[in-house]
Design a protein around this ligand. Structure first.
Ligand code: GDP
Ligand code: ZN
Length: 290
């Protein structure tokens, strides 16, 4: 059997990229079709060959998977932000939180660097441990550094509309035109069918999903006492508060709030934490009928 990875799936057929670099059209073995989990883009699989076609014999255990877009084994999220349109930090923080929840690497890509208005964004995130890559899809600035970060990893990109996500992909892969692809997809399928997703093979190595993800954070899955762990710059201060179960909100003698006061945690990021914490607490109250 040969090992490979599903890089595209449509209507029960799959394109598998073998470890030796060749691609082969595959169908799943009948018994796999009977099982509840059908193959997903990103799945690592074992295949056998039947002339020009391959047969997926086995799906290897997934390290993670998401529903929108349907994709498995994500290593990293590239969260894209830009000075224009005006950054929606609340939304962006939710992308980062989703990355933390999935325990994948998070990189922040500040695009439209040619506009020279990125200071506010850098300030907001400079106390976080995330790698920040500055790019311009327009001038090509920073694209080699981004390529380096994407090498050997399976990455999903994310970010609000208009920040330049498709432009970056088009710049990394001059032979594909994402906009065209989106249009034909919209024509071909109804609005409610599951969108397909492809993993694009980057010239410098690595796989990048052609469809953005992580635009919906389900707060009902996060407990109020766990949220603090999803803001990694808080890590060094957790456990140093007066109260063991401190949520760093209104409690006295709070090490996190002191860190905010002394500039070790950005106050806007702290505010974002408090906003999401309050939302979670509201949800918990409804759930347990306090
Ligand atoms: P998406 O919605 O995130 O996929 O964003 P698009 O790639 O469609 O880009 C939105 C707009 O921003 C388009 O008009 C692009 O030409 C423009 N744009 C993308 N990247 C850059 C950049 O690096 N610099 C500048 N100045 N404009 C950019
Ligand atoms: Zn505290």
């Amino acid at each position: 059997m040969e090992k490979g990875k599903i890089i595209h799936s449509v209507a029960g057929t799959y394109i598998v990229l073998l470890d030796n670099g060749t691609r082969i059209n595959c169908r799943p073995r009948g018994r796999l079709r009977l099982m509840e989990e059908s193959p997903l883009t990103g799945d690592n699989v074992y295949i056998t060959r039947n002339q020009d076609e391959g047969i997926i014999e086995e799906i290897l255990p997934r390290k993670n998977s998401i529903i929108r877009p349907p994709i498995a084994n994500i290593d990293q999220v590239a969260a894209v932000i830009a000075p224009k349109p005006a950054p929606n930090f609340a939304l962006f923080d939710r992308i980062l939180i989703t990355g933390e929840q999935l325990q994948i690497d998070v990189i922040i890509v500040i695009n439209k660097y040619d506009l020279e208005k990125e200071d506010e964004i850098i300030k907001y995130y400079q106390e976080t441990p995330y790698k920040i890559i500055k790019t311009s899809a327009k001038t090509g600035f920073g694209l080699p550094s981004l390529s380096k970060e994407l090498k050997d990893k399976e990455t999903v990109h994310s970010g609000q509309s208009g920040v330049g996500k498709s432009s970056i992909i088009n710049a990394l892969l001059p032979n594909i035109n994402l906009v065209t692809q989106e249009i034909s997809e919209k024509r071909g399928f109804g609005r409610h069918t599951t969108k397909t997703v492809s993993l694009l093979e980057l010239p410098k190595g690595g796989l990048l999903a052609d469809t953005p993800g992580f635009n919906r954070l389900d707060l009902s899955e996060i407990r109020s006492e766990d949220l603090q762990w999803l803001y990694p710059e808080m890590d060094p201060f957790i456990g140093l508060c007066k109260f063991r179960n401190c949520l760093h909100s209104k409690e006295p003698d709070c090490a996190v709030k002191k860190a905010v006061d002394s500039g070790k945690i950005n106050e806007n990021r702290y505010e974002s934490y408090i906003n999401i914490l309050e939302e979670i607490i509201e949800h918990e109250k409804r759930l347990y009928q306090w």
